[in-house]
Design a protein around this ligand. Structure first.
Ligand code: E4P
Length: 218
């Protein structure tokens, strides 16, 4: 299972990378704006900075919604760094663009996926990753995890190699549940990964071990 961090914040990306368990980064225009990264030149440089801070795949999203624009933007993004994965929205021209990049060996991440049918289309078009947004489904009283389970079933039925990237992960339990279901990748905030560390019995147990060790040394 791969862990991606869903942020454009370089400090958090570096913290996750230092932990030694980070496999990649996903970004989107909203996450860039949140860090004050606006304008094509700054955004481009930020993608390069992120790639240099991590070892794995870095998703960079196109803004165009027409096929020609997506191809132009995606090719420029892919040329920035070998770790760039072109992130493409789940729309009609996006499917065509996924196929275009897949035929040319350029990695893609199909974003804004909310149904099994959309995930099936993305896999047929040769997407490297498909991103179902589980948190946003939960936000509208729909079971996001069920979607991951359903996509897993369909992909396994036919041996699709598209990796299921559970996106819009909001908390640690999402990470654990995605692991149980068999998502290939999760992407979420640093807190959702760091939360995996926590258990009060670990803290109590460690305190006791240290206390008992200290007795022997007094
Ligand atoms: C995925 O690639 C998206 O950037 C992200 O996971 C969306 O998450 P949100 O619903 O918390 O904004």
């Amino acid at each position: 299972m791969k862990f991606f961090i869903d942020t454009a914040n370089l400090d958090q990306i570096k913290e996750a990378q230092d932990l030694g368990v980070l496999d990649g980064v996903t970004t989107n225009p909203s996450l860039m704006a949140k860090e004050g990264i606006t304008g094509a030149a700054k955004i481009t440089q930020h993608y390069i900075d992120i790639c240099e801070a991590v070892d794995g795949d870095v998703s960079a999203e196109v803004i165009s919604t027409d096929f020609e624009g997506m191809v132009r933007e995606g090719e420029a993004l892919a040329a920035l760094h070998p770790q760039i994965v072109v992130k493409i929205p789940m729309i009609k021209d996006g499917i065509k663009a996924l196929k275009y990049f897949s035929d040319r060996g350029i990695k893609t991440n199909c974003t804004l996926v909310f149904s099994v049918g959309q995930a099936l289309l993305a896999a047929k078009a040769g997407a490297s990753y498909v991103s179902p947004f589980i948190g946003r489904l939960d936000d509208v009283s729909t079971d996001g995890l069920q979607l991951i389970e359903d996509i897993r079933l369909v992909y396994d039925n036919y041996g699709f190699e598209t990796e299921i990237l559970a996106a819009s992960v909001r908390h640690t339990m999402h990470v654990v549940d995605c692991a149980k279901i068999g998502a290939d990748v999760i992407t979420g905030p640093l807190s959702s990964i760091m939360g995996l560390l926590n258990h009060p019995l670990t803290d109590i147990g460690l305190a006791k071990f240290l206390e008992d060790y200290a007795k022997g040394n007094n």
